[in-house]
Write a protein that binds this ligand. Structure first.
Ligand SMILES: C[S@@+](CC[C@H](N)C(=O)[O-])C[C@H]1O[C@@H](n2cnc3c(N)ncnc32)[C@H](O)[C@@H]1O
Length: 310
């Protein structure tokens, strides 16, 4: 077996999230290096798994890692926003008993400097799918002041986003993430735990991979599908994603969808798609935090979809 380049976060909690399933299909929207996928397959011999990733390196690695599970696994390459819609059309939705998404980048993507995700990288790439057309180089060297301000504020939550956008424009073109982060280091917030350029890199990465758009599309597709009996578990790594998941799950759980100003309910009070299982997000416990530093910002929320559960 190859060396495993990514330690799955919240691994016990993920297995637990799907432990009530007797048989059926689990969709792993972010297969990565197959950590969660293999744990779920090991935990229950009666489940089948459809696993998605847009990164060919992850597909190659996990095709080998998961090969021993034979036809219990089917691997699909593409953005989960698209692939999930195809799957929902192809399979009987009553067979789908779980959906997992562990949003964001994998350790290997972060650690392989040539992928451009690190502030020390010698290029400006950051594409999870090497075939995609938008790169970090385009964002940094071609976006307007207003476009840069938007991503720095919305995706990096950087307070001095105007100053940083101006400095990027004054000093470009940039050819590497290292050059970019060195130029802007003095303008970045200096936190104790993270490198000053982390939020800048996060903002560019979210734009390059349309990460928030992907999450919205996935949640929209699942809402539309109205799965009859499935646990949906989403792991996110920053507050922007967690907020989207929290608010979406809360809206799915609402039975009455009348406008707040309505005097009495006229919607039939029958609109809940299921219930939220995690009032607060699940986070890594002390022992996991010690063995996997990347688990420190992981938050998992679970929604149990299906009228049966109301
Ligand atoms: C945090 S890693 C997942 C790790 C995995 N759970 C494991 O245990 O090895 C995220 C993976 O999801 C993939 N990914 C992220 N967003 C995606 C999207 N919108 N569509 C398809 N794959 C995506 C990335 O390429 C990466 O391999």
């Amino acid at each position: 077996m190859q060396n495993i380049p990514h330690i799955p976060v919240l691994y016990r909690e993920v297995v637990e999230a799907f432990s009530s399933i007797e048989e059926g299909i689990i969709i792993d929207c972010t297969m990565g290096y197959g950590g969660h996928s293999s744990m779920l397959l090991e935990a229950n011999a009666n489940i089948k798994l459809i696993a998605i990733d847009q990164d060919q390196t992850a597909i190659d690695f996990s095709s080998e890692r998961l090969a021993k599970y034979g036809d219990r696994v089917s691997i699909r390459k593409g953005r989960f926003s698209n692939v999930i819609k195809e799957i929902l059309q192809e399979v009987d939705i009553s067979e789908i008993k779980g959906v997992l998404a562990d949003i964001g980048v994998s350790s290997l993507q972060l650690d392989q400097k040539e992928r451009g995700f690190s502030y020390e990288s010698d290029n400006l790439d950051m594409r999870m799918d090497k075939g995609a057309s938008l790169t970090a180089e385009v964002v940094v060297n071609e976006y307007s002041q207003a476009e840069l301000e938007h991503i720095l504020l919305e995706y990096g939550e950087l307070r001095n986003y105007k100053k940083i956008a101006s400095k990027i424009i004054q000093n470009r073109p940039f050819t590497s993430a290292k050059e970019l982060s060195d130029t802007l280091k003095s303008d970045m917030p200096h936190g104790k735990k993270i490198h000053p350029a982390t939020l800048l890199m996060q903002a560019i990465r979210i734009e390059v991979n349309d990460e928030l758009g992907e999450l919205h599309s996935l949640l929209d597709a699942l809402k539309e599908a109205k799965l009859t009996q499935a646990n949906i578990a989403i792991i996110s790594f920053h507050s922007l994603e967690d907020r989207i998941v929290k608010q979406t799950f809360a809206s799915w759980a609402k039975s009455c969808i009348c406008p707040v100003e309505a005097f009495r309910c006229e919607c039939g009070n029958d609109h809940a798609l299921g219930k939220v299982l995690t009032r607060k997000p699940l986070m890594a416990k002390e022992d996991e935090l010690k063995e996997n530093v990347r688990s420190r910002s992981a938050k998992m929320r679970i929604f149990q979809m299906g009228k049966k559960y109301e």
